[in-house]
Design a protein around this ligand. Structure first.
Ligand code: AMP
Length: 280
């Protein structure tokens, strides 16, 4: 595996290739969710690149940028063992050289949910993802459904700017008890870790009712909210059931939809989501 640290190096590597390239952007501290994306990228392309960059621009002031877990040696060992061709691990100075001033605003879809809770978050995400896509020039880029709004925001940007890449969303990888894998799960104390199962269990309970025919969005949201309320250590921030393209809130689930939530478990902010697709 090649470990590339500079913009010049990744561009030179890409320019030397004519084969297909799959790309997985990450912030590192890799877990099986990231590795599922990496393995899809490997199986569907000739070469696979994983980037590791804790992007300061997508953290709002007061968020966990400084504390965000990092372990580059372990990450590189995991990627090497998977058979990834290139790890791209730029510094902040490399991604945002002096004078860097451009930012990408994806519009309405980026102002909802996570965008409303985390000021500037999607501007930071869209800007860094656009820059990475331009540097790596992948045929396909892989994103996890756990961050469902991120998938929709990136898709919107790629469509609006006609970027020549296919965005491939990948199913959420979960712990055996249902908790969505996340680098932030290491913040949880044992009690918080137990309480955190309320997030996925709420989504699963709503999914079950949806599959049994429930189409009333308020009732489906209420199932999730009830699960979150039952756990003393869990503080719900939002529960949304929205159109899977526009993220507009629904009253009836009569089209592809995404049920998503953000909650604090102790001091740790976690998100999770589930797509609900009516037949026909
Ligand atoms: P992150 O390092 O948290 O920025 O995540 C990098 C990519 O991995 C994003 O596309 C995430 O949506 C995806 N990802 C994170 N956790 C999971 C998971 N549990 N299952 C699938 N994909 C995930």
């Amino acid at each position: 595996m090649q470990v590339l640290e500079t913009v010049a190096a990744i561009r030179a590597w890409r320019a030397s290739l004519t084969r297909s390239v799959g790309f997985v952007p990450t912030m590192g501290y890799l877990h099986d969710g990231h590795l599922a994306l990496a393995s899809r990228a490997m199986s569907e392309n000739d070469d696979a690149v994983v980037s590791i960059f804790v992007n300061p621009a997508q953290f709002a002031p007061g968020e966990d940028f400084a504390a965000y877990p990092r372990d580059l040696d372990r990450d590189l060992a995991l990627l090497e063992r998977q058979g990834i061709d290139v790890a791209f691990v730029p510094s902040a100075a490399e991604m945002y050289p002096p004078g860097f001033g451009t930012s990408i605003d994806v519009g309405d879809i980026a102002t909802r949910l996570e965008g409303a809770s985390r000021s500037g978050h999607f501007r930071g995400v869209a800007t860094v993802v656009a820059r990475l896509l331009i540097l790596v020039r992948p045929d396909r880029a892989y994103f996890g459904w756990k961050d469902a709004q991120q998938v929709l925001v990136v898709r919107r940007m790629v469509t609006d700017l006609s970027l020549p890449v296919e965005i491939v969303p990948v199913e959420t990888v979960r712990e055996p008890d249902g908790l969505a894998m996340s680098s932030r799960n290491v913040y949880l104390s044992p009690d918080e870790r137990r309480a955190a199962t309320a997030l996925s269990h709420g989504l699963f309970a709503a999914q079950e009712q949806f599959e049994a025919g429930e189409r009333d969005a308020a009732r489906l949201r209420a199932i999730v909210e009830d699960h979150l309320r039952r756990e003393r250590l869990v503080q719900s921030e939002y529960v949304s059931l929205a159109d899977l393209d526009t993220l507009q809130e629904l009253t009836t689930v009569d089209r592809p939809a995404v049920l998503s939530l953000a909650a604090r478990v102790g001091k740790t902010r976690l998100i999770d989501s589930m797509r609900l697709i009516p037949d026909g």
